[in-house]
Ligand binder design. Structure first.
Ligand code: MN
Length: 132
């Protein structure tokens, strides 16, 4: 199902534009934030269905945004995908240990980004075992 709202947290305007264009091709709606503060404000206001999270932001770290979301009852279950230029294996493991639902390395490809977004949204809407 398309039309879900994706929050793109990314301080690099070219990377943000690329993510936006890919997601719009697949029919998703997007909102964008360039800072930790803007990301949290938009998340609380818009309740996005999924968050794409850059790690290095001008006023902090994407991991901190993730932790703040997880502490909020309403926002805790939103899938959050880390999008980062750290392409090394140990960085991926560090981010997974931080509690991100998924991981995509930059530069993103259309297939990889769209595939991961679709996978995370599908996992969210049909929890294993049909639990609530
Ligand atoms: Mn960045």
């Amino acid at each position: 199902m398309a039309g879900e709202l994706i929050l793109i947290v990314e301080d690099d305007s070219r990377s943000a534009k690329l993510a936006r264009e890919i997601l719009e091709i697949y029919g998703y709606r997007t909102v964008e934030a360039r800072t930790v503060e803007a990301a949290l404000t938009l998340a609380f206001e818009e309740h996005p269905d999924l968050v794409l999270m850059d790690i290095q932001l001008p006023d902090g770290d994407g991991v901190d945004v993730l932790r703040r979301l997880r502490l909020n009852k309403v926002l805790a279950a939103i899938p959050v995908i880390a999008v980062t230029a750290f392409a090394m294996r140990e960085d991926e493991q560090r981010l997974r240990d931080s509690g991100f639902d998924g991981y995509v390395s930059k530069p993103v490809s259309v297939k990889t980004l769209a595939g991961e977004v679709q996978r995370q949204l599908a996992a969210r809407s049909s929890p294993p075992g049909g639990e609530q």
